[in-house]
Write a protein that binds this ligand. Structure first.
Ligand SMILES: [Cu+2]
Length: 208
C-alpha cells in the first residue's frame, strides 16, 4: 500500500517566491473583489457579478463536469523569473457519494507537476508535498494561494500570459478530469477568487 500524506521534506517558502508575494497580495486581492461584490449587493447590478468581476481581471474558463466531479477556476500562474517553477490553481467539487483522493495533476506545457500545500510551522511559511488529497462525498477542495497548489516545473514556451492550456486532475482510481486553464502572468490577479485561502486550510490535516 502506498504511503500517503506529507512527504518528509519541507522547503522554505522563499524558494517559492510567488507564494510569499501572494500571501502579501491576498488582502489587496480580497479588497479588490469584495468592493464590486458589495456594490452588486446594493442592487445596482442585480445579476451582474460575473460581468463586474470580468472588468477587474481575466475571465476564468467555464467549469467542466466529468465523472461526477466539477473542475473550475483552473489557472496557471507563470513565474516571475523565467526558468523557475510556476503554479496552478483550481477548484474541484465532488458530486460523488463515496470518498475519493486527488492523486496528481498535470498541465500541458509543464514537464512536471507536484501537489503542494502551503503551511505555517513555528511562524514560518513553508510548503510541503501534499501527498494525495482526500475528498469526502460532495466536498469541494480549493487549490488557491496560501493552501493547496500545484507546483509546475519545466515550463515550455507555449505557456504565455493571456493564453490557455489544459489542466488535468487524476484521481486515485485513475479517473481523469480535464479543463481549460487560463494562463496568467506573475503579477496578474486570479479570476473568480472570492473564496480562497483560509477556507481551504481545513482540508490540510490528513490523519495518517
Ligand atoms: Cu509549492
Amino acid at each position: 500500500m502506498e504511503q500517503v500524506g506529507h512527504a518528509p521534506y519541507l522547503m522554505p517558502i522563499n524558494n517559492c517566491p510567488w507564494e510569499r508575494r501572494l500571501s502579501m497580495r491576498k488582502l489587496t486581492l480580497i479588497t479588490a473583489i469584495a468592493l464590486p461584490l458589495a456594490l452588486a449587493a446594493c442592487g445596482e447590478k442585480p445579476a451582474g457579478e460575473n460581468e463586474t468581476a470580468a472588468e477587474t481581471g481575466p475571465v476564468a474558463p467555464a467549469p467542466v463536469e466529468e465523472l461526477g466531479m466539477v473542475l473550475s477556476d483552473a489557472v496557471v500562474r507563470l513565474p516571475a523569473v523565467p526558468g523557475r517553477p510556476g503554479a496552478a490553481y483550481f477548484t474541484l467539487q465532488s458530486k460523488r457519494d463515496t470518498p475519493i483522493r486527488i492523486a496528481s495533476a498535470s498541465v500541458m506545457g509543464a514537464g512536471e507537476a507536484e501537489l503542494h500545500e502551503s503551511i505555517v510551522e513555528d511562524g514560518v511559511a513553508m510548503m510541503a508535498s501534499a501527498g494525495s488529497i482526500l475528498m469526502e462525498p460532495m466536498e469541494t477542495v480549493a487549490f488557491a494561494p496560501g493552501g493547496f497548489h500545484v507546483m509546475l516545473f519545466d515550463l515550455d514556451a507555449t505557456l504565455v500570459a493571456g493564453g490557455t492550456t489544459d489542466l488535468t486532475v487524476t484521481l486515485d482510481n485513475g479517473d481523469k478530469i480535464s479543463a481549460t486553464a487560463l494562463v496568467i502572468g506573475p503579477a496578474d490577479d486570479l479570476p473568480g477568487q472570492d473564496d480562497v485561502g483560509a477556507m481551504s486550510m481545513d482540508h490540510g490535516e490528513m490523519a495518517h
